[in-house]
Structure formats: C-alpha cells, structure tokens
Design a protein around this ligand. Structure first.
Ligand code: AP5
Length: 182
C-alpha cells in the first residue's frame, strides 16, 4: 500500500477535503501547510504575523518558513503521511526530496486533483474563507499556474504522478483516489 502520498492541485480542487478522508481511513499523518499556517495566524505567533498578509494576497509564504514547519513534523513521524498543499514550487520540492532522502522516507505516490477554473472559483466563493474573495482566488490560480504547476512535470519525470478527475461528488472523487492509491 502507498503510505507516503502527496496531493497536488489548484486551490479549491478538494485537496484538504480528500486528504482528511484518506488520512483518517488509512491512519496517515495529514500535513496541510495551509492549515498549519492558519493555526499560526490564529495563535498570533511571530510566524503567523509574518504569514498573514502574504496569505491574504494569495501569494506564497517564504520557503524557509514553510520548510521549517514541515521538517519538524516529518522528522518525528515514523508512520505514513499525506502532504497537502506542500510543496508549492520547485525549490520546496527539491528541499523536500533532500529531507526525505535524509530520513529514508521517499514519496511513493503523487496524486494530482484536476479541475477546471470556473468550478474551482465557484467552490471557493461558496466556502468564503478569509482568502476566498474573487480577486484573491484569481491570484491564487495565477500563482498555482506559475509556481506549482511545474511540479507536474517534475513528479511525472520520476514516474510518481497520477491524475484524478476532481469533479463530481466528494464520495465519487474519494473512490477514484482510493482506486489509484491501492
Ligand atoms: P492552502 O490552505 O493550501 O489553500 P489552497 O491550496 O488555496 O487550497 P484550498 O484549501 O483553497 O483548496 P483545497 O484544494 O484544499 O480544497 P478544499 O478541500 O478546501 O493555502 C492557503 C495559503 O497558505 C496559500 O495561498 C499560501 O499563502 C499559504 N501556503 C500554504 N501552503 C504553502 C506552501 N507550501 N508554501 C507557501 N505558502 C503556502 O475544498 C474547497 C471548497 O470546496 C470547500 O468549501 C469544500 O467543502 C468544497 N468541496 C470540496 N470538494 C467538493 C466537491 N467534490 N464538490 C463540491 N464542493 C467541494
């Protein structure tokens, strides 16, 4: 069974929704950098203060800050894990690869959740999180295309990537993911 999994996909594709379900059913550590950053903002920590304005614009928080968060969590995890929302650019992907080599836990599968832009925007507008207004959502999509999408080629070249259609009901998508995770 694949136990070290990465979810890739645009904002609103359902990474968080599906990651929560899969992690619960397979007893995996679910690591969402977005959730971890929002917790820091809510706690009013120095890290949260640094991240807040960047997140409100839909830009990416600095690699060093995000990497420090992930490194601390993965280093103490001996079981399986599911990364959601990380890595977000090639620098993060390369740093992750190095970290995973150091701890002997290579990625086994990258699942790309694919969905058209208009459905993404509609889903996010219905949710209404602090960074879910139309201007910021469009910027998050631009940032995704510019910085995160190149990871598709990066992981494809390593034979790790599989794409799943992220349209339809949460249950239907969960079944598709389950089928590829095995
Ligand atoms: P992050 O929290 O990762 O947000 P995101 O990638 O923009 O993704 P979302 O949470 O918006 O969408 P999702 O794909 O998880 O979908 P979800 O399941 O929630 O990042 C937020 C910010 O933090 C970034 O902009 C950046 O500033 C910063 N950040 C985070 N990680 C970083 C990193 N590694 N480096 C630098 N900065 C980083 O679903 C969306 C909505 O749709 C929900 O309301 C859900 O209920 C609904 N929904 C889900 N599935 C369905 C379905 N099948 N049908 C109908 N509705 C559905």
């Amino acid at each position: 069974m694949n136990q070290r999994i990465l979810f890739l996909g645009p904002p609103g594709a359902g990474k968080g929704t599906q990651a929560e379900r899969l992690a619960a059913s397979r007893n995996l550590l679910h690591l969402s950098t977005g959730e971890l950053l929002r917790a820091e903002v809510a706690a009013g920590s120095a890290l949260g203060d640094e991240a807040e304005a960047v997140m409100a614009r839909g830009e990416l928080v600095s690699d060093s800050l995000v990497l420090a968060i992930v490194r601390a969590r993965l280093a103490c995890c001996s079981g399986g894990w599911l990364l959601d929302g990380f890595p977000r650019n090639l620098a993060q992907a390369k740093a992750l690869q190095q970290l995973l080599e150091e701890i002997g836990q290579p990625i086994e599968l990258v699942v790309l959740l694919a969905l058209d832009d208009e459905t993404l925007v509609q889903r996010l507008l219905s949710r209404g999180r602090a960074d879910d207004n139309e201007v910021v959502i469009r910027n998050r999509l631009i940032v995704y295309r510019d910085q995160t999408e190149p990871l598709i080629a990066f992981y494809s070249a390593q034979g790790l990537l599989t794409s799943v259609a992220a349209s339809g009901t949460v249950e239907a998508i969960a079944e598709r993911i389950s089928a590829v995770v095995g």
